[in-house]
Each structure stands twice: as structure tokens, then as C-alpha cells.
Design a protein around this ligand. Sequence first.
Ligand SMILES: C[S@@+](CC[C@H](N)C(=O)[O-])C[C@H]1O[C@@H](n2cnc3c(N)ncnc32)[C@H](O)[C@@H]1O
Length: 291
Amino acid sequence: MNQHAARLQYDTGSDHLTLRDFRRLAQFINDYSGIKMPEVKKTMLEGRLRRRLRATGCPTFIDYCRFLFDEDGLEQEAPLLIDAVTTNKTDFFREPAHFEFLRQRGLPDLRAQGINSVRAWSSACSVGAEPYTLAMVLADFAEDHGPMSFFVLATDLSTDVLASAQQGIYPLSMLDPVPTALRRRYVRVSGAVRPTREPRARIVPELRSTIGFARMNLMDDAYAVGNPMHIIFCRNVLIYFDKVTQAQVLRRLCDCLQPGGYLFIGHSESATGFDLPLRAVSNTVLQRIPS
Ligand SMILES: C[S@@+](CC[C@H](N)C(=O)[O-])C[C@H]1O[C@@H](n2cnc3c(N)ncnc32)[C@H](O)[C@@H]1O
């Protein structure tokens, strides 16, 4: 190991952010992504940024922050820094009551409204479990109650998760929550499986082709999604924002939601107390008040 590498290993293991640098980073992360970064998260932030120190060749947090804030490194580093900071936990059929609501009430109601070309949006899609689940439910409904076509837009701020979402490849065990009939139809276990590695599964191309992936920041002033959506999922991301930001995001989502369309938020999130054209129709399911 050369001297530089040795210093790197030592310093990135024991080094800490100064309070001033932590505050500069927290402010930047909050302005860029809306994610709150209170001081209690300092150790967590240090843990998440250590790999960025290694990747940028900065021996210490002081060097990294100098690179970001004093040497114009921020513009190039921002997406990677944000990738490191975001929490991407997700699952197929996460919060399954939402998909049951869609099947039993939401989709029949959209049909009754005369909509047979459904536009759905997973607005913080992480590695893709949510938009693929949505696509499975929509495809299954279309098969039983067709003719109905659909398109799912899947967006996230993190380029890392979007790249893996687009691949649609997952450890087989991650597909456990998918009902057997849907798994048979929409999932293929991939070819050569090494005994040392967990088998992997891939979403079938026909389902992958119903989803468009794009990078989008919920902090944008307006969301460029084209025609209004009939279904919007914005789950388990509002919790990272403060109340004012939550209200702004929900307002912009409403602007993209067709009257009569449905908005799904996470089970620990709430849209009450904001003056929005939404009515609650089930737990954490809201409908844009029909005009
Ligand atoms: C915990 S995951 C939730 C994934 C999925 N919606 C679910 O409920 O399973 C939160 C996602 O929000 C994304 N995110 C955080 N801030 C964002 C922002 N400002 N704009 C868009 N996506 C953001 C993160 O990159 C992460 O993938």
C-alpha cells in the first residue's frame, strides 16, 4: 500500500465532519433535494459520504468539503453526493392495501369515468419495485377487464437507483411478495446461476416496455410529465421533507393529477392540513376532487 492509500484508509476511517462543514453540506442537500438533515444525522451523513471521499481521492472530510465548496467541485459531484445520501428502501407490493384499492375500486372507477388509456406515475421510484408492481397490477386488470392500455412513468432523483430500475433485475427473494400468478406471468429467473450467488430474476420485456424512466427532482418548480396523470404514487419520500416542502410537492403533484384521479402517499405520511383539491377515499389514498 502506498503512503497516500495508507493515509486515505486511516483518515476516512477516523475522520469527522466539522460542524461548519456539516452545516454547509446539510444546507446544500436540503436546497437540492428537500431532504432534511438535522444535526442528529451527522454521523449517518459521515458514514454515507465516506465512499465519496474514496471516489474523489479526498483524504479527509475537510479536503472533500474544500473540493465541493472552494474548488467548484460541487456541480460535478452533486448527483453522486445526492445518490449517496438518499434512502432507497423499497419492496414489491409494499403497502399492499394500495394495490388492492386500485384493483377493487380505483381502476373500476377510472373505467367508469370512461378512461381506457391509463397514465400512472411513480414519482420516487427507487430501484423500480413500485413502478413494476403498478405495471403488474395494471396489466393484470387490463387482461381481465380490457380493452385498456396503460403507461407508467417512473422517476427518481437518484441516478444510481434509476439505472438499476431500468435493468429490472432483482435478487429472487425480493420477488417473494409478488402473487404467484403475477410472478409466473411477469418474472423470469435468469439463466446461469452461480452456486455462491443468490438467483436473480428479471421482469419480462413486455412489462418493462410499459414503463418510461427519467430523472426528476420533486424540488423542481413544476413537473414535466406531459398530460395529466390518472394515478400518482408519491410514497415514503414526503417524510424526508419539512412541512412547507411537503405542501409544495403535494400542490405540484395535484397540478399533474387529472380531476377524478388518485394520489397514493406512504402509510406514515399525511396530506391533511394543506389546502389542496383532494379528498381522502381510503387510508393514504386521495382523489383529486372531480371538477
Ligand atoms: C424510501 S424510497 C421510496 C421508494 C418507493 N416510493 C417506495 O415507497 O417503496 C425514497 C426515494 O425517494 C427518492 N428521492 C429523495 N428525494 C427526492 C427528490 N427530491 N425528488 C425525487 N426523488 C427523491 C430517493 O432517491 C429514493 O429512491
